[in-house]
Each structure stands twice: as C-alpha cells, then as structure tokens.
Write a protein that binds this ligand. Structure first.
Ligand code: CDP
Ligand code: CDP
Length: 217
C-alpha cells in the first residue's frame, strides 16, 4: 500500500494533536507530537543549573513511546502529563526559538519521517521538517474558542487557569512562535487551511481523512 506523510501545523489549541491522533489511528499511521519534544527540552532546561543549550542537548535523553497517542520519557521518567503544566507552557516558546534546539529536534523528527507513514503535528512541519509531505494541513480556530477548549483541558488535568488569562497567553505564544527568527509558524504555500471554529473533532477528522484518501489512491 502507498505510504504518505501528513503534516499538521497551526497555532496553539487549534485541535492539531487531538485530530492528528485520530487520523493516525484511522489510517494505521504513526502519530508524532513535536510540541511535546519542545516541552520536554523545556523541562530539562528548567531543571538544569547549566543554562547552555548545547551542553544540555549533549546530555539529554528524550524518548517517545507510541501508546494510543504518545508518551514522553526524560531520562527514563514519564513526563507526559508534567509537560502540560503552566511553567512549561510559559517558557516553551523561548526554548523553541533557540537555534541549537531547533536543529537538534528537526533532525530527530526528519529521521522519524524518512520511511513515511507518519502524521506529525507542530509549527514548522510543512515548511521545514517535511517540506515534501504528501498532505499538509494548516489548522486554525478563533482565539476565543481555543482558550475555552484549553480551559476544559486544564480543568480535566487539575491545572489552574481562567479563559481570559488563557486568551492572553495563547495570543502571546502565537505571536512569539510567528515572529521568531528560525522557522516561525507560517502556512506552507501548499497547505490546506481548515478553520475548526464551531466544528467538532469528528467533522474535522472526516475532512482530513477524505483529503488523505485522495492522496493514498
Ligand atoms: O499544544 P499546544 O498548542 O499548547 O503547544 P504544543 O504543540 O505542545 O507546542 C508547544 C510550543 O512548542 C509551541 O508554542 C512552540 O513554541 C513550540 N513548537 C515549535 O516551535 N515547533 C514545533 N514543531 C512544535 C512546537
Ligand atoms: O494540538 P493543539 O494545541 O492544536 O490542540 P489540541 O490539544 O488537540 O486541542 C485542544 C482542545 O480542543 C482539546 O481538548 C480538544 O479535544 C478540543 N477540540 C475541540 O473541542 N474541537 C475541535 N474541533 C478540536 C479540538
């Protein structure tokens, strides 16, 4: 059977990882959440006394384990839930703007996509990591709805937040991600934009599965 890669990019809480996971499961593909990798390095950075990124990256041990989604291990410890907490979210865009961090992770991500069959979500997947992906999606949603969705996520995880605060935080993080020097968040010329505002997870998943089936023919 023909194998393809699917790149899903877009701003925070647009629905990328939820829908990427469902698309991967439906097509028997591997799901890779690249945001979790930047979050894992952010946790290592916050824990480390040495703030030099090159030294940190030489010592770091990050592993991804496929499990109905993706679990992340840092030096053997499962940090999947820990990296969703506020201190990581507040610092991740700074860490992700570092040249050493980006080249380290982009290389790792490219290795994972070499044999195809991957659904990868992030900010620079269609532009930088897999510019030759067979299907590229750029997912957006209103900041109001994204903040409300993230508030529900936080409530279910026991993380303190308010919708107003989340709106400001999401807009600030999007701004940092869109204006950084190296591979900023931007829509690839050949990416298909999907606005998920007011659309259910099932609806958006079905749209992408249809687009993917056209590529798999
Ligand atoms: O899930 P959420 O939208 O909150 O963010 P994420 O996908 O976990 O990504 C966290 C952060 O990592 C983003 O705000 C970016 O700063 C960075 N990131 C990136 O620079 N490049 C990627 N391919 C993925 C994430
Ligand atoms: O990965 P990204 O940050 O783009 O977003 P996400 O973590 O997949 O989605 C944020 C929240 O929005 C999750 O709780 C999803 O269940 C929810 N969501 C939704 O309610 N409707 C959609 N069409 C997509 C996601």
């Amino acid at each position: 059977m023909k194998k393809i890669n699917i790149a899903i990019d877009g701003p925070a809480a647009a629905g990328k990882s939820t829908i990427a996971k469902k698309v991967a499961a439906a097509l028997n593909m591997v799901y890779v959440d690249t945001g979790a990798m930047y979050r894992a390095i952010t946790l290592a950075y916050l824990k480390s006394d040495d703030k030099d990124f090159s030294t940190l990256l030489e010592q770091i041990d990050i592993r991804l384990v496929a499990d109905h989604g993706q679990r992340v291990l840092l030096s053997g410890e499962d940090i999947t839930e820990r990296i969703r907490e506020n201190d990581i979210t507040e610092n991740v865009s700074f860490v992700a703007s570092q040249a050493a961090v980006r080249s380290y992770l982009v290389e790792l991500q490219q290795q994972l996509t070499r044999d195809k069959g991957v659904v990868m979500d992030g900010r620079d997947i269609g532009t930088t990591v897999i510019p030759d992906a067979e299907l590229k999606i750029y997912m957006i949603a209103s900041v109001e709805e994204r903040a409300q969705r993230r508030q529900l996520d936080n409530e279910s995880r026991g993380i303190d937040s308010t919708v107003e605060q989340l709106k400001a935080d999401i807009a600030h993080r999007d701004h940092l991600d869109m204006t950084r020097e190296i591979s900023p968040l931007t829509q690839a010329a050949d990416a298909i934009e999907i606005d998920t505002t007011g659309r259910s997870i099932e609806e958006v998943t079905a749209i992408i599965l249809k687009l993917a089936s056209d590529k798999l023919e």
